[in-house]
Design a protein. Structure first.
Length: 118
């Protein structure tokens, strides 16, 4: 027992004092050994569990960093590929030019036929 428990005054002269004191002491000892007290009793298991959880969190964080780097690298490659794609303006101009050439061939097909024939 600690020194503070030994300094408790004698309550045996008070009605029900000895029984109340015994109950109080037993509750105090249970409290001290349950991990809620100041002597660290019962805390070792909880600390070990917390340390294991922190270790798992560290591993998860390392994996997350690795995944983030992978996503960043993939995004950079996609941006490079997208930059090489034709723009909307280029596609529209090619389509309009193709339609103009087709329309000219239709309009001038008789003159082209006579020029080829000879």
């Amino acid at each position: 027992m600690s020194d503070t428990v030994k300094k408790v005054p004698d309550l045996s002269s008070i009605e029900g004092g000895r029984e109340d004191l015994s109950n109080l002491l037993s509750r105090l000892e249970k409290h001290l050994h349950s991990g809620n007290g100041g002597n660290g009793g019962g805390m070792d298991g909880r600390i070990a569990k917390l340390e294991a959880n922190v270790e798992n969190i560290g591993k998860s964080l390392t994996e997350t960093r690795s995944d983030t780097r992978d996503i960043r690298d993939r995004t950079i490659r996609l941006e490079e590929k997208v930059a090489q794609l034709p723009t909307k303006g280029f596609i529209v101009s090619v389509v309009l030019t193709s339609l103009a050439v087709i329309a000219a061939l239709i309009v001038f097909q008789d003159k082209i036929r006579t020029a080829i024939a000879g």
